[in-house]
Design a protein around this ligand. Structure first.
Ligand SMILES: Cc1ncc(COP(=O)(O)O)c(C=O)c1O
Length: 476
């Protein structure tokens, strides 16, 4: 029996027409946004109004308007005035790899449902392992986001470093992980999900530059173990989220080795700097770590979600979710690298490896070198601009492309300045010409930028400061 609807949905000719129409729309969008013919990064709409729009569209909207409306009603990371969250500005090639992944829908859990992707994923992991100085036992996989990857790495750490069988018996003695207080909140969340409790996450204070205080790390470790709590892992940030500060990975690595603790690097944002000839020095010490997380969808020009979780020793990746208490692979056990689902949290996942492989194959590592170096350089230039301006204050010297600053005025107290800066940010959001975010440092409100867009120039940032000055005059 012929179903006219199903035939229509799967009609290849009709699809080609849709593809051409969307292709033209995307081409036009990219051109207009990159060249700033579109003068707004976003058109702000309050949540209730947006909901109302889409409810009404579902009832009576024209399908021809669906894609154009999506483009109109979203935030445009490709706009050079997009300087907000750490969201990747996608290389257009990845639109094509994403499209193919969606079409083929090979979930990758077992080899035959993802032959090429499983092979490709291994090549990506080995390439990253080489960059990190991990040696020939490297293993790992791509997974759905930095948050999930950090949790997975900590589960592997527990399996590797805790003597008793937590996976089957639950916790029989108190355990903890250590991390700088500046780390991304997902590390805290992972500890809670793992049932470590409040005492199971030891927050090491940060120094004035927002990096982990290494002396305090030693002190807190002693205090924690004296209480009978086993510290099985320490997490270094590369960099932390709010200020973009890189922890001293070398010192943390030496500490972890001395105390037989798992060393995990949360490099979701900035391990990409390993590709930068100029900035790779920030990552000295990765070779001492046991696992590293790197989001392709942050500083690698890839779409959401494309996280790599790399292990120095692939045996640990193999046994995170295994039922066996003994995590060590018998040397004779077959290394089933091609069945990705054994190692990952997900059963089904997208073919995210296509983005990684295509960018490396079509453009090479030079792309990431050029991009990361440019963005980190730009942050340094922006910092200089701010330091030269009497009405702005830098939160801290940027170590990456994340930079915090605030508008200031003589004689105005911090509390009032915080209120003014919060208002500035809200007005910028509602006007939509620029998009930046905010954070609190020492309880004080700062504006926060992540210079993600490869076409943002210093002149854009000069215009931003001019605009903020005008807004502040109006507000204060
Ligand atoms: C340092 C760091 N780790 C982890 C995450 C979470 O990554 P994801 O958003 O991919 O879950 C972020 C997100 O901003 C981050 O900055």
């Amino acid at each position: 029996m012929k179903s006219s609807l199903l035939n229509r949905v799967f009609d290849a000719d009709a699809f080609e027409a849709q593809l051409q129409a969307l292709g033209a729309l995307i081409q036009n969008h990219l051109e207009n946004v990159l060249s700033e013919k579109k003068d707004h990064v976003l058109r702000w709409n309050p949540p209730e109004k947006e909901l109302e729009f889409w409810r009404s569209f579902m009832n009576s909207g024209d399908t021809n308007d669906f894609f154009p409306e999506i483009l109109k009603r979203t935030t445009h990371t490709h706009h050079p005035k997009y300087i907000g969250h750490q969201v990747g500005v996608t290389a257009p090639l990845t639109v094509l790899t994403g499209m193919l992944s969606n079409l083929l829908n090979n979930g990758m859990a077992v080899y035959e449902m993802g032959m090429s992707p499983n092979a490709i994923e291994r090549i990506i992991i080995e390439r990253l392992g080489e960059k990190f100085g991990y040696g020939d036992k490297v293993g790992g996989f791509l997974t759905s986001g930095g948050t999930l990857a950090n949790l997975t790495a900590l589960l592997s750490a527990r399996k590797a470093k805790v003597k008793h069988d937590v996976w089957n018996e639950g916790h029989t003695k108190p355990l903890a992980i250590m991390v700088c207080e500046e780390a991304h909140y997902c590390v805290d969340r992972a500890a809670k999900i793992m049932g470590l409790g409040e005492q199971g996450i030891v927050k090491v204070p940060a120094k004035a530059d927002f990096t982990m205080d290494i002396e305090q790390m030693e002190v807190l470790y002693r205090e924690t173990t004296e209480k009978g709590i086993q510290v099985f892992a320490i997490v270094g940030s590369a960099p932390s989220t709010a200020t973009g500060a890189y922890d001293d990975l070398k010192s943390i690595g030496a500490f972890a080795q001395k105390n037989d603790i798992w060393f995990h690097v949360d490099g979701a944002h900035g391990v990409a700097a390993i590709f930068s000839e100029k900035y790779k020095g920030l990552l000295k010490g990765t070779e001492l770590s046991d696992s590293i997380v790197l989001d392709g969808h942050k500083m690698m020009l890839m779409p959401t979600i494309t996280t790599a979780l790399v292990f120095k020793n692939k045996m640990h990746a193999e046994h995170t979710f295994s039922l066996n208490a003994d995590y060590l692979l018998d040397q004779t056990t077959e290394d089933e690298w091609y069945n990705s689902g054994r190692r990952t949290f997900e059963c089904t996942k997208t073919m995210m490896c296509l983005h990684w492989f295509a960018l490396l194959k079509f453009y090479g590592e030079a792309l990431f070198d050029e991009y990361v170096t440019r963005q980190y350089d730009l942050a340094k230039d922006f910092a200089q601009l701010l330091k030269n301006h009497p009405q702005f204050e830098l939160g801290t010297e940027p170590m990456s492309n994340i930079l915090c600053f605030r508008w200031i005025a003589k004689g105005v107290e911090d509390e009032q300045l915080s209120a003014i800066n919060a208002q500035i940010r809200q007005q910028l959001l509602e006007e939509g010409e620029f998009y930046l975010v905010q954070t609190k440092l020492y309880g004080i409100q700062y504006l926060r930028t992540t210079l993600m867009n490869p076409f943002t120039e210093l002149t854009h940032l000069e215009k931003l400061l001019h605009k903020i000055t005008k807004l502040a005059e109006h507000i204060s």
